[in-house]
Design a protein around this ligand. Structure first.
Ligand code: ADP
Ligand code: MG
Length: 196
């Protein structure tokens, strides 16, 4: 099974990727956790640009993401799936479309440059209000600071595109990630159990 977790920063992707890893292992199934951008050569270049926040055109950045993804899919994901290993991915194509659109790029173009990549068996969108997710990431900031936090309005755009993608992609499910960890875990397991 090729399973992808999506959502804005602080939605709970890392938390629930680890939970799913444990879940598969408890069922004695082979399973690997992986994420994007990768730690390979192209992924490292991407991370460098993300840290600088400027210095690369948004189009060029998304082409780098697609290039990193091509490497990851061909050299890692497809061979692992062939050997019977379940893959849990932290971010994939939907991240490109959601963040790229929020940065002003054309959504259809972003979808098209990613259209040849292996389709996940299931994508779970951990959906949450950006103010709530920022509170999780930065619990010591007070409310007004969280509201002023520049990334909230950008993340609102990202969230909206993520939600719209439910109409575009198959096997793409929205999980209410504002609930407790246990409730989110249960919702995720309910979605995947019938696929196993
Ligand atoms: P992401 O990987 O999507 O950025 P994380 O999994 O790192 O998000 O979660 C961000 C923070 O929120 C972590 O401190 C995590 O423990 C906490 N968290 C995750 N899910 C929940 C939840 N359902 N309820 C409360 N806190 C959560
Ligand atoms: Mg994370």
């Amino acid at each position: 099974m090729f399973l992808v977790l999506e959502g804005i920063d602080g939605a709970g992707k890392t938390t629930h990727a680890k939970m799913l890893h444990e879940y598969f292992r408890s069922k004695r199934q082979k399973c690997v956790l992986t994420d994007e951008p990768t730690s390979g050569t192209i992924g490292i270049i991407i991370k460098g640009f993300l840290r600088q926040k400027s210095g690369i055109s948004p189009n060029a950045l998304q082409l780098l993401f697609a290039s990193d993804r091509a490497e990851h899919v061909e050299k890692f994901i497809v061979p692992e799936l062939k050997s019977g290993t379940n893959i849990i991915m932290d971010r994939y194509v939907a991240s490109t479309v959601a963040y790229g659109t929020a940065s002003g790029l054309d959504k259809e173009w972003l979808i098209s440059i990613n259209s040849k990549f292996r389709t996940p068996d299931i994508t779970l969108l951990l959906d949450i209000d950006p103010k709530a997710s920022m509170k999780r990431k930065f619990p010591n900031q007070d409310e007004s600071e969280v509201e002023l936090f520049e990334s909230v309005s950008l993340l609102e755009k990202v969230r909206n595109t993520y939600l719209e993608l439910a109409k575009v992609y198959d096997n793409y499910f929205i999980i209410d990630a504002s609930k407790s960890k246990d409730a989110v875990e249960q919702a995720i397991l309910n979605k995947i159990e019938h696929l196993l």
